[in-house]
Design a protein around this ligand. Structure first.
Ligand code: URA
Ligand code: SF4
Length: 225
């Protein structure tokens, strides 16, 4: 469905559509890919190998291993968290901690198994002491996320937490204002959901996360017509 028609549709449904100023909604995926990917024929093996050996930022010095992301490489749903933690760094897998368990439950609540979706993070290496990734680290790592996006070609993106949402959407707005709306990244609608690690600390916010998950389901249903 054409994006303008989709947006009109969502507005008619009463969904609060909010596009960031830097919206890429009408930018063809190819243009983004061309901008960030030197090789024309990008592929999963090449990308994975590059990430595994990457030394583009200082996080490479303290990581045990990179955490590429996993799941269905042709998924309709792409799920993006912030950064690997201790367990992810040790196992090389994303979202294997208690927040990951809650993420599994959240996905299950909307009928999705983890194998059905593609899950990754905005940075692929664990920051020391789990500090927030610095801007230069986010920038260095961003190309990998874009290339994963271009390869998966998801129909919808769920971003978990403020940092991932602000980084992907290039906005500096609190998550309380980003959630509950349909944003756009390239050709995909983006729904911002509270990070499961935050929900573990603030269970009373789970209700809002549930509303956002339902919004995502409705949005995808609408796109598919
Ligand atoms: N939190 C994240 O954002 N990503 C992980 O992989 C684990 C916890
Ligand atoms: Fe490379 Fe990203 Fe790891 Fe930095 S965080 S070393 S850019 S893979």
């Amino acid at each position: 469905m054409d994006n303008s028609i989709r947006l009109h549709y969502l507005q008619a449904l009463g969904v609060d559509v909010w596009l960031p100023k830097t919206s890429l909604i009408d930018t063809p995926i190819a243009a983004i890919v061309e901008q960030f990917i030197p090789a024309i024929n990008d592929n999963w093996d090449a990308l994975q190998a590059e990430v595994t050996d990457c030394k583009h930022c200082v996080l490479c010095e303290t990581r045990t291993q990179t955490v590429f992301g996993s799941g269905n490489k042709n998924a309709e749903w792409m799920i993006i968290g912030d950064a690997p933690g201790q367990h992810e760094d040790a196992q090389g897998l994303s979202f294997v901690d208690s927040a990951g368990q809650l993420l599994t439950e959240m996905l299950r609540a909307i009928g999705l198994s983890r194998d059905a979706v593609f899950i990754t993070n905005i940075v692929k290496c664990r920051p020391p002491n789990d500090r927030k990734p610095h801007v230069d680290e986010l920038e260095s790592c961003h190309q990998y996320l874009l290339r994963q996006y271009a390869l998966v070609q998801p129909k919808i993106i769920l971003v978990l937490g403020a940092l991932a949402a602000q980084t992907l959407l290039k906005v500096d707005v609190p998550i309380s204002e980003l959630r509950g709306k349909v944003h756009a990244f390239n050709k995909s609608p983006v729904i911002v959901v509270y990070h499961p690690a935050y929900l573990l600390r603030a269970p009373s916010e789970k209700q809002k996360a549930w509303l956002d998950l339902q919004l995502a389901v409705r949005t995808l249903k609408d796109i598919k017509g």
